[in-house]
Design a protein around this ligand. Structure first.
Ligand code: FES
Length: 356
């Protein structure tokens, strides 16, 4: 019995080229054969890129000129915020101009050829590399950018300006560079601690164990606050707020905390050292202060050290004393910046009492 080889014979049936699947004959575009049509197409492309650039410039102007609170009525839509509407329209023009310009450029002026390419091994031969280089060079010439520098200039300008509406609002939205504001609060020696929001002063005798007072500096709360510039009032609200509590002096663990308080009454910044939420939830039994934002928890009997959560630093303590009339006053300002950490927070020479 003879053995038979069942392996099918390999037949190379790969055609050299696929037959034409029935594409219509290639017709040159008008811009390919008529220089006037090509110039007209160039002008149209330049116009669209210029329109995009104008949209970007209008966006930036509107961003700085229009009051963000401006409202107006648009027929068919109703009352809307005009600031946002204008930003949306100008950004749309900017995008549309770039998109239409690129599409029109490709359809009318870029090379319009049908090419077929043979299959080949993945590694490119030296010949292929040179062929690619020739094709790129051909494409560059076909794009006519060497002859139509106006398109190159307008496209570059449109793309360059288009980046600005994306970058400028982000940078401008960061707000002014912090100067001294983050290092100091409005608290000063002799300033009374006033109840927020009534603006009433606080007698040490009225602070019973377990009671909690939300406090602002004298002159920055109650009727006096109405005299302030609104921005100044908001900044004060953001950094001067304090929580005042009377603890059992026997439970206070730190000598510094005892020295900076009055018979167990202690005052701490309410601005969370994580990202600045008001730490206002006091748990009387545990003496824990809880930040409602991300649950950082501070131990009031241990100089407000962090015992849980993402905050990394204790809440700063405000030294207090009592004036001749029995009211609680600041013995000094804060000795360190309140609130979250920031660049340069610990730069030598900037903290209070730091002689470096
Ligand atoms: S802001 Fe307080 S825990 Fe995050």
């Amino acid at each position: 019995m003879s053995t038979t080889d069942h392996t099918p014979a390999v037949v190379d049936s790969t055609p050299d080229r696929f037959p034409n699947p029935g594409l219509p004959p290639h017709r040159p575009r008008r811009a390919d054969v008529d220089e006037r049509a090509a110039r007209r197409a160039t002008l149209q492309v330049v116009t669209m890129f210029t329109l995009s650039a104008l949209g970007s410039i209008a966006f930036l102007v509107a961003y700085y000129v229009i009051d963000p609170q401006t409202r107006g009525t648009i027929i068919g839509i109703g009352r809307i915020n005009l600031f946002h509407a204008v930003l949306g329209v100008t950004m749309g023009i900017s995008l549309l101009g770039i998109g239409l310009g690129a599409v029109h450029w490709a359809r009318t002026l870029m090379p319009d050829e049908e090419v077929s390419e043979d299959r080949h091994p993945p590694a490119a031969s030296e010949e292929d590399k040179q062929a690619v280089a020739r094709q790129l060079s051909h494409g560059w010439r076909g794009s006519q950018l060497n002859r139509r520098s106006a398109i190159l200039g307008s496209a570059g300008g449109a793309l360059g300006l288009f980046a600005l509406p994306l970058v400028v609002p982000v940078l401008a939205g960061l707000g002014p560079r912090p100067r001294g504001e983050l290092y100091e609060t409005n608290w000063q020696s002799g300033m009374r601690l006033m109840i927020d929001p009534s603006g009433a002063p606080i007698r040490a005798a009225d602070v019973t164990q377990g009671s909690v007072f939300h406090v602002m500096p004298e002159g920055f709360v109650g009727a006096a606050a109405h005299e302030l510039d609104p921005e100044e009032m908001m900044i004060s609200k953001g950094k001067d707020q304090i929580i005042l509590v009377r603890l059992d002096p026997a439970k206070i663990k730190s000598q510094k905390q005892r020295d900076w308080g009055v018979d167990g009454i202690v005052a701490y910044s309410k601005v969370c050292t994580h990202v600045g939420c008001p730490v206002a939830l006091y748990e009387q039994n545990t003496h824990h202060l809880l930040c409602p934002c991300h649950q950082s928890t501070f131990d009031m009997t241990d100089d407000c050290k962090v015992i849980f959560g993402p905050a990394k630093r204790p809440l700063p303590q405000l030294p207090i004393t009592v004036d001749d009339e029995g009211y609680i006053v600041a013995a000094d300002g804060f000795r360190e910046p309140v609130g979250p950490s920031f660049f340069e927070r610990n730069r030598p020479g900037l903290l209070k009492g730091d002689d470096a």
